[in-house]
Design a protein around this ligand. Structure first.
Ligand SMILES: *Cc1c(COP(=O)(O)O)cnc(C)c1O
Length: 357
């Protein structure tokens, strides 16, 4: 059996979820869109089912997968529906629904619903992706209530720069939100992971932690609360071949790495088809039997190469951690010019092996 695998520590997932709730003092929707950022949405939802206040996903397909697995907790569709005919399924499966555009509001007004919906009414407070214009917000709220199709409305918005702790933009977005919701008596939800960890002053009835659940920091700099997160995923494989090269020999496609001295090269069963970033340059950290080493040469589809020269005890069968509890995905991401979100979401082909920790 190919040794590449991702170990998923569900105890760590629960620890991170509890941390989100504790530090915010709010109810928390566990954001498990995109197959729980590559960690497996059904298993992660089951692991949190006893305690999560609810879940959030990107689309009804993801929500139905959870309902099919008997997840009964509230599930929020973060972009609402994409076509009005999804409303029948939203009602049938008792899903919560973001309304971010006037066309969605109109579709709800026209829909034949027997049970009133829970709607999260989204304001564009400056992210400028989705959300109602501040000038339309109060009228949309009143129309939803007047439609008779809605039982409850939560007021929400989304930060663009909450991961930049000294950037004033989040405060500006908050001020705009406060102005737009003046006089409305309803619960609010603004905070994603960086805002849960870094912006305690933001009011929250509900928080929406995503990346922090998986134990990765959303910040580029060290941050005290983020340091309490426990990484959930360990991406592992083993050394499947070793060769001793003299100085001046190329390694891998395009001869992107040339040995500068006699070098022991380890070949690891992990490649970009598993989601390991092809753009990771030579020097990207890896752990071999727990010891720090580095990637050398180009990442290929099924294999990558590491430097074993400083690790005489390492060899065939040595355990390789590409990221995990010791080597953080955020460090690998920084070397590869990406973010841990993308490393996790890109994961494929490798089996996910779950443990309770
Ligand atoms: C994905 C998403 C989140 C979670 O963001 P993280 O940065 O992973 O915590 C929260 N809210 C919305 C609207 C999202 O789309």
């Amino acid at each position: 059996m190919r040794p590449a695998r991702a170990l998923i520590d569900l105890q760590a997932l629960r620890h991170n979820y509890r941390l989100a709730r504790e530090v915010s003092g709010a109810k928390a929707l566990a954001v498990i869109k995109a197959d729980a950022y590559g960690h497996g949405a059904v298993r992660c939802a089951q692991a949190l089912a006893g305690e999560a206040d609810g879940f959030a996903v990107a689309c009804i397909e993801e929500a139905l997968q959870l309902r099919a697995a008997s997840i009964a907790a509230p599930i929020l569709l973060l972009e609402g529906f994409f076509e009005a005919d999804e409303l029948a399924l939203i009602e049938q499966h008792n899903l919560w629904c973001v309304v971010h555009s006037l066309w969605q509001l109109e579709a709800i007004e026209r829909a034949a619903l027997r049970t009133p919906l829970t709607v999260w009414l989204k304001l564009d407070s400056g992210m400028h992706r989705v959300g109602l214009h501040p000038d339309d917000y109060q009228a949309a709220y009143r129309r939803l209530l007047a439609s008779g199709k809605v039982a409850k409305i939560v007021l929400m918005s989304h930060f663009a720069r909450a991961d930049e702790l000294d950037c004033p933009r989040s405060v500006e977005q908050l001020a705009l939100f406060e102005q737009a919701r003046q006089g409305l008596v309803a619960e609010v939800s603004l905070r994603n992971s960086p805002a849960v960890l870094g912006w305690p002053q933001v009011p929250s009835d509900w928080v929406r932690p995503g990346i922090m659940l998986y134990g990765a920091t959303p910040f580029e700099q060290a941050q005290a609360l983020a340091a309490q997160l426990k990484p959930v995923m360990s991406l592992e494989s083993t050394v499947i071949s070793v060769r001793e090269l003299p100085a001046g020999e190329p390694v891998g496609y395009g001869a992107r790495f040339m040995t500068e001295r006699p070098t022991r090269v380890g070949v690891v069963a992990m490649g970009y088809a598993d989601g390991y970033p092809r753009h990771a340059p030579s020097g990207t950290p890896v752990l071999i039997d727990g010891q720090p080493s580095r990637l050398i040469g180009r990442v290929s589809m099924d294999m990558l190469t590491v430097d074993l020269s400083e690790l005489p005890a390492a060899g065939l069968g040595s355990r390789v951690e590409l990221w995990g509890k010791t080597l953080l995905a955020s460090d690998v991401a920084a070397h590869a010019g990406t973010i841990p979100y993308q490393l996790f979401c890109n994961l494929r082909r490798v089996p996910l092996l779950y443990s309770e920790g």
